[in-house]
Design a protein around this ligand. Structure first.
Ligand code: ZN
Length: 323
């Protein structure tokens, strides 16, 4: 178990050290937001994550990797029903997943029966072996076939990937449902952050919405695998849901105002990329000139090249057959 964790941390050491170095540069208000000021009732807190209560039997896991503890890295959640407990995401390490499972058991009275992984990136998908711990039977691991294939085809620890051989495939032709007894949870296929992303939506969209990495809050999004126009459509579809809380893939919980700010951010990236494309400026120079509009507040950089990646992703699309 610890081997895969060490590998992950080694693989992402560039990000970790950048993040740790940048933390002291954040303003007091940004730091307060990250550390959970204004958060909902907190039911657990560790150096790497906190758990906030979202409603009856529903909890958000908000990871706090700013100090370099990469046990969970991504956000996730816990949804309990009379017949089952769902955990959203498999996190960056088996230790992170095992911790989430223990928290689920403490908060809902049941070890997870279902796990949904939103997309293939390692910070969401590397830990499922941790769900087989605790002397309990492992939950059903649910993801799309595209996500499963991308995980299995990525380099990494084969032992840590073993649970992916038994994935329960989530269809991509329309929303699916997970029956937890007293409540059903919708699992909705979307895309744009990667080739295949899932959101998890409770109570017909009136409850919380787990957005995966389609949505980031107070942290500039990663466009590594993005198809930006599809991302933009997916984000707008999520924004249209009348949810009381949006759980982003990274960063503190988002409300409607935070969703508007995020939409304005990705629109500002699109505008900068289209303008540079028209004027024949490359993505390095365009990223150098790009600044997040001040009215959108501070957006933490997980890695210093994220502006360039975002603009380049748009340019790749603009160079394609649709434009
Ligand atoms: Zn992520």
């Amino acid at each position: 178990m610890s081997i895969s964790r060490r590998r992950f941390v080694a693989a992402s050491a560039g990000c970790a050290s950048y993040l740790a170095a940048a933390a002291p540069l954040l303003s007091a208000s940004a730091l307060r937001r990250w550390s959970g000021a204004g958060a909902r009732r907190m039911v657990a807190q560790t150096p790497f994550a906190r758990i906030e209560e979202l409603g009856d039997g529903m909890f958000a896991i908000v990871s706090t990797p700013l100090d370099g503890d990469f046990t969970t890295v991504c956000n996730g959640g816990i949804v309990g029903g009379s017949e089952g407990t769902l955990v959203v995401e498999a996190f960056a390490t088996p230790e992170g997943a095992a911790w989430a499972a223990e928290q689920a058991r403490a908060l809902t009275g049941r070890w997870p029966t279902h796990v949904v992984v939103s997309h293939y990136h390692g910070d969401h998908s590397a830990g499922p072996a941790g769900y087989a711990e605790g002397g309990e039977s492992a939950p059903a691991l649910r993801a799309t076939a595209v996500t499963r294939d991308l995980v299995q085809g990525s380099p990494g620890d084969e032992a840590a990937k073993a649970p992916w051989a038994d994935v329960v495939v989530v269809p991509e032709d329309g929303p699916g449902e997970i029956d937890l007894g007293s409540r059903t949870v919708a699992v909705v296929p979307r895309g744009g952050h990667t080739a295949s992303d899932l959101s998890v939506e409770v109570d017909g969209g009136e409850g919380p919405v787990w957005c995966g990495d389609l949505v980031w809050n107070a942290m500039f999004p990663n466009y590594m695998d993005a198809v930006p126009s599809r991302l933009s459509r997916s984000v707008r579809a999520l924004q249209a849901i009348a949810a009381d809380a949006f759980v982003p893939g990274h960063g503190p919980l988002a409300d409607a105002e935070a969703m508007s700010r995020y939409v304005a951010l990705i629109d500002s990236v699109e505008e900068a990329a289209r303008d540079a494309w028209r004027r024949g400026i490359n993505s390095d120079d365009a990223a150098e000139a790009y600044e997040v509009p001040v009215e959108l507040g501070e957006w933490m950089m997980f890695s210093p090249n994220y502006h360039q990646r975002a603009i380049q992703a748009w340019m790749d699309e603009l160079a394609g057959p649709e434009y």
